[in-house]
Design a protein around this ligand. Structure first.
Ligand SMILES: CC(C)(COP(=O)(O)OP(=O)(O)OC[C@H]1O[C@@H](n2cnc3c(N)ncnc32)[C@H](O)[C@@H]1OP(=O)(O)O)[C@@H](O)C(=O)NCCC(=O)NCCS
Length: 400
């Protein structure tokens, strides 16, 4: 199989569902903008792109039909550039990179694009019209249950206390605030946002540029987190403060073979080395990375200690902490904001930055690539849990 290089990886800011900058922006516009931005970062012949694969967790309504093809056209790509959509819930944006990478590895393509999109403002989690199978779901409700309840199950079963969750959430916000202040989010592309304002009795559309993730709470304190009520179960420990935020955003990457890298004279950023998924119990879906990461490391012949940097999606603090424990990387020095040797979610995670479901896999890829470049880490692993009971994990290797 051939090596696969990521030569461009960018994302829009992540903005709060309903309350944030993209609440009134069409998802197609976010995606078209970021596809265009990904290709503009480098110089190559856009007509060479052989397919645009987009991850989306609820591909319906405004982000429905074939959003991969629609956004490719809206980005101004020639008619010859095809597009499609893939759904693996929270890993959709990573699945899209894996599928695009496999085409190159197999020798079927020289240049591909991958990305992810979710407007949780426009299409709610669960979709507009969920239709669980009536008989099967009565006997097997787990595959449809609230993600928050799965996080409570993980906390209860594996003794991840409220204190542990709140502490982890506090550090996520502190790391994100520091990264914003120091300008570490170099993968973000300022993105046009739209809002409707009433002027002289008429609604008018206004456009403004959004450059930062608008959910980061730098004023977070442990005391403030402690005071929040449980969000999913009155006796539980999972709150708005230690859960991922619901978010709007899009992200995109350009992938090339070695031949294409040479032909276009572009600088390869990382190799996309490997990807895997693993199943687990649906009612504790958050433990997915505890299965997917060891599977990935075994395939790669690496140990957890060989990995210099991790993007472990923070769907919920409970599942992120438990997954880190099982992988053997839960030592506080690995994730604390005040630790110089931190290697997990070094610029904060979804608790602070948001988790735009189908976008997240591509968003975290853009972030890990930027951080691998900045910190000079040879190996990076991205992993997330997936609704229905799964985990996904991918390995990246820094190019010289
Ligand atoms: C938990 C959840 C229901 C909360 O939804 P929400 O009420 O819209 O959440 P918000 O982020 O607006 O926070 C609500 C309030 O909690 C408080 N809060 C949140 N984080 C806080 C923090 N770090 N410190 C202090 N207060 C905080 C604030 O008062 C906040 O309101 P405000 O920021 O508008 O003032 C929602 O975030 C959720 O469902 N998350 C999980 C998503 C999910 O399941 N994804 C898939 C995973 S597989």
């Amino acid at each position: 199989m051939r090596d696969v290089y990521i030569v461009s990886a960018v994302r829009t800011p992540g903005c709060r569902r309903a309350k944030g900058a993209f609440a009134q922006t069409r998802p197609e516009s976010l995606l078209a903008h970021i596809l265009d931005a990904a290709v503009k970062k480098i110089k190559f012949d856009v007509s060479a792109i052989d397919d645009v694969m987009i991850g989306c967790a609820f591909p319906e309504a405004e982000q429905g039909l074939n959003i991969g093809r629609i956004a490719a056209q809206m980005a101004g790509f020639p008619d010859s550039v095809s597009g499609a959509v893939v759904n693996r819930f929270c890993a959709s944006g990573l699945e899209s990179i894996a599928i695009s990478a496999m085409r190159i590895a197999m020798g079927w393509s020289e240049v591909t694009m991958a990305g992810g999109l979710e407007s949780m403002s426009v299409v709610p989690m669960g979709g507009n019209m969920p239709r669980p199978h009536p008989d099967w779901s009565r006997k097997n409700p787990d595959v449809y249950i609230s993600m928050g309840i799965t996080a409570e199950n993980v906390a209860n079963r594996y003794k991840i206390t409220r204190e542990m969750q709140d502490e982890f959430a506090y550090h996520s916000n502190m790391k994100a605030a520091e990264a914003q202040e120091k300008g570490f989010f170099t993968e973000i592309v300022p993105t046009p946002a739209e809002k409707f304002v009433l002027k002289d009795g008429k609604w008018e559309k206004e456009t403004f540029m959004q450059s930062i993730d608008d959910g980061v709470r730098k004023e977070t304190t442990i005391d403030g987190l402690k005071k929040l009520k449980p969000a999913f179960s009155s006796t539980g420990s999972v709150t708005a403060g230690n859960s991922s935020q619901t978010t709007d955003g899009a992200a995109a990457s350009v992938l090339m073979s070695e031949e294409a890298v040479k032909k276009y004279g572009v600088k390869p950023l990382v190799k996309f080395k490997m990807y895997t998924v693993a199943g687990c119990k649906a009612d504790e879906m958050g433990v997915g990375p505890a299965y997917a990461v060891p599977k990935l490391l075994k395939m790669a012949g690496l140990k957890a200690s060989d990995i210099g940097i991790w993007e472990l999606n923070e769907a919920f603090a409970s599942q992120a902490i438990y997954s880190a424990q099982q992988i053997g990387i839960d030592d506080k020095k690995n994730w604390a904001a005040d630790s110089a040797s931190r290697c997990i979610n070094v610029s904060g995670g979804a608790i602070a930055l948001g988790h735009p479901l189908g976008c997240t896999g591509s968003k975290l890829a853009a972030t890990i690539v930027a951080n691998m470049q900045r910190l000079g880490k040879k190996y990076g692993v991205e992993s997330m849990c997936i609704g229905g009971g799964m985990g996904a994990a991918a390995l990246f290797e820094l190019c010289d």
